[in-house]
Design a protein around this ligand. Structure first.
Ligand code: SF4
Length: 74
């Protein structure tokens, strides 16, 4: 069964997570543990770092499950 895309937003950045693509490398959790914490129901909280920090971490996701869009670029 296909899992739903998850979207988490602040005023500055929109983060999406596709659970069907994630390979559970935990790169995100190790890199920015305050923002990415699988123990929480809302496991991604981009408001707990700067938008730039969140974006840099998302670029390191090896599977592409995490994607972001800077709202101020829109
Ligand atoms: S870095 Fe990407 S592939 Fe690894 S656990 Fe996080 S979302 Fe999944």
């Amino acid at each position: 069964m296909t899992k739903r895309l998850q979207v988490y937003e602040t005023d500055e950045i929109s983060v999406s997570f596709d659970p069907n693509v994630c390979i559970h490398s935990a790169v995100c959790i190790r890199g920015l543990p305050a923002v990415f914490d699988v123990k929480r129901k809302h496991w991604i909280r981009p408001e707990l770092a700067t938008a730039e920090e969140v974006a840099e971490q998302i670029k390191r996701c090896p599977s592409g499950a995490l994607q972001y869009k800077m709202k101020r670029d829109a």
